[in-house]
Design a protein. Structure first.
Length: 585
């Protein structure tokens, strides 16, 4: 097997992925998180309880061993003192024999072979006194503090924990018990030290600790298995609920959770299924109502077209003869003509909205230059803008490459955005910008009017919604323009974003993919928030007044022209489009 064919876990550096995978499992798996937390808390509890039990057992074993040791040492000391008290030895030989007999008695009674005795310091020298005897394993562990306490407290018994050599080069735990003996006259007072090895008790404690560790690990393994099974039994219905809810959210309204038993999980499944049934019924009801509403709007719109056509014909006849009518009658005919136009526009918008609601809209895309399209729209709106006192400017540093769009719908979007900017621009300049990048092309319409609040901006694309209901429409809008524009943009895979600030104006930005394949990676080439967002007012009026988009030339007021090709360098700007005759785009 080659390195490329080896499993991922055996690849070089696979261990670097372990922390990331553990973190991902921790975040994404409730079962893993529950098992780990329960196992950690159980391990901590077992560790604390095991440490407490081990300490308690060790203390108890040591105390019991020490009590037995002190009792044996005291009995040995009493027996040795009795032998010494009953002897009348006076010469050196008899005293040495007496001391040897005493030590044998101490060994027999105490059960220890580690015996040492020393003539107490501070006594008069005596040639008859037996010499000191020090056991090799005791002489090095008897401390000065222990000898001082034995010397200063005649008749007392004192002990000290020590490490005794065991002959294998190692040491065992143990204690040394010290007391004093009164020898016959001529010998004086002696200090007696008896050493006890606690190796057997230490081995017993080590065995108990090993058993405890093995038992703790076995208990952790058993707890892990039990926790895993219990958690899986509890988590599995929750997983089913999560999967069911995802399918339900994805539109599979017929999916349901399996319900078994009468416990809390069964109650959850029953409640979830009841909610799904209610939601399905409600969605079906809303869908039926929506279909009826769409059909009603479509039918009413179609039915109104016939009488509207008759009214239009009669109105056109009257409108053509309005000069022959008296003043009030002539004005009435003009109002009838205007409102008939508006009624016709409203019916057209209602039909368009009904097509979008029914999902029956099809795009007729073709390669389209958005700069030319924007120029045509500006030219068609020029007279209206001049009547409102607004100057239209076109800025096109890029965007000269064609995009696959439906020109009729994109032109409608631009006209709607321009109409709203003229309506709410307060007679100030309006800037239309077009730019592009590798995947997208964008167009923005900037006005310097009153602006909107955040709440108004969030509702600006709602149907028939108006930021100021008391404000009259002066250019005859239907209230559906922005809603239709948003639908047109979405149908192209694009978006319309809005930025607005009270007192600073509004920006609407249309972003479209160049082709359908670019829809997933669209990044708008134009910023939404303008650079002059914090400026006190609009920019000064420029000297440039028109753009001939057919020849791609910039024309100033003096009539001078400069050729501009479709691959013009970025940074050049197109001025205001303001021909004398506005034409319908």
């Amino acid at each position: 097997m080659t390195a490329a064919e080896a499993p991922a876990r055996f690849q070089p550096g696979w261990w670097r992925e372990v922390p990331r995978r553990v973190v991902a499992a921790w975040r994404g798996s409730l079962q893993f998180r529950t098992v780990i937390i329960t196992l950690a808390l159980s391990s901590l509890a077992i560790l604390v309880i095991g440490a407490y039990i081990s300490f308690s057992v060790a203390s108890n074993i040591f105390q019991q061993q020490l009590d037995r040791t002190l009792e044996a040492s005291n009995n040995a000391t009493v027996a040795a003192q009795r032998i010494l008290d009953s002897s009348d030895a006076a010469d050196r030989a008899s005293l040495q024999s007496l001391m040897s007999s005493t030590i044998r008695t101490v060994q027999a009674v105490s059960g220890s072979t580690a015996i040492a005795y020393f003539r107490a310091p501070g006594q008069e020298p005596s040639g008859n006194a037996p010499p000191d005897r020090g056991a090799p394993d005791l002489s090095s562990v008897i401390t000065r503090e222990l000898r001082t306490r034995v010397h200063d407290n005649p008749g007392g018994q004192f002990w000290q924990s020590v490490a005794l050599e065991n002959g294998d080069g190692d040491t065992d735990p143990g204690v040394v018990v010290g007391s004093d003996l009164e020898a016959p006259p001529g010998a004086g007072r002696y200090e007696l030290y008896i050493g006890y090895n606690f190796a057997a008790a230490q081995d017993s404690l080590a065995f108990m600790q090993a058993v405890g560790i093995v038992g703790g690990l076995a208990l952790l393994a058993l707890l892990t298995a039990i926790i895993f099974l219990v958690v899986r039994w509890v988590i599995e219905p929750i997983r089913n609920a999560a999967a069911t809810s995802r399918r339900l959210a994805a539109g599979d309204l017929g999916v349901r959770m399996p319900s078994r038993g009468e416990d809390e999980l069964a109650t959850l499944a029953a409640s979830f299924n009841g909610m799904a049934d209610s939601l399905q019924a409600r969605i079906r009801e809303l869908a039926e109502l929506s279909v009826m509403q769409q059909r009603f709007v479509s039918d009413v719109s179609h039915e109104l077209r016939t009488p509207l056509t008759t009214i239009r014909l009669a109105g056109d006849v009257l409108y053509g003869q309005r000069e022959d009518f008296p003043g009030p009658t002539s004005r009435t005919v003009e109002l009838l003509h205007t409102q008939t136009d508006r009624f016709e526009m409203l019916l057209a918008d209602l039909l368009e909205i009904s097509r979008y609601d029914a999902g029956s809209v099809e795009l007729a895309t073709e390669p389209t230059n958005l700069v030319n399209l924007a120029g045509d729209a500006i030219e068609s709106m020029h007279e209206l803008a001049r009547g409102r006192g607004s100057e239209l400017r076109l800025v096109a540093p890029g965007g000269h490459l064609d995009a696959e769009v439906d020109p009729r719908r994109i032109r409608r979007i631009v006209r709607n955005l321009l109409g709203n900017a003229i309506e709410h621009g307060e007679g100030r300049p309006i800037v239309v910008a077009v730019d592009s990048n590798a995947t997208a092309i964008a167009l923005s319409v900037r006005d310097y009017g009153l602006g909107m609040t955040e709440d108004d901006s969030a509702r600006v694309f709602d149907r028939f919604w108006r930021a100021d209901p008391s404000r009259m429409r002066t250019i005859g809008g239907t209230g559906l323009g922005l809603a239709i524009s948003l639908e047109d943009a979405v149908a192209h895979g694009g978006t319309i974003d809005v930025w607005s600030k009270p007192g600073a104006g509004t920006v609407f930005r249309l972003t479209l993919p160049r082709t359908g394949a670019d829809a997933a990676s669209v990044v708008s080439p134009l910023p939404l928030e303008p650079d002059d967002a914090g400026a006190a007012g609009p920019p000064p009026t420029g000297a440039v007044s028109a753009v001939d988009t057919d020849a791609m030339q910039v024309v100033d007021e003096s009539g001078a022209a400069a050729a501009r090709t479709t691959d013009a360098p970025r940074g050049a700007s197109s001025p205001t489009r303001a021909p004398e005759e506005a034409r319908d785009a």
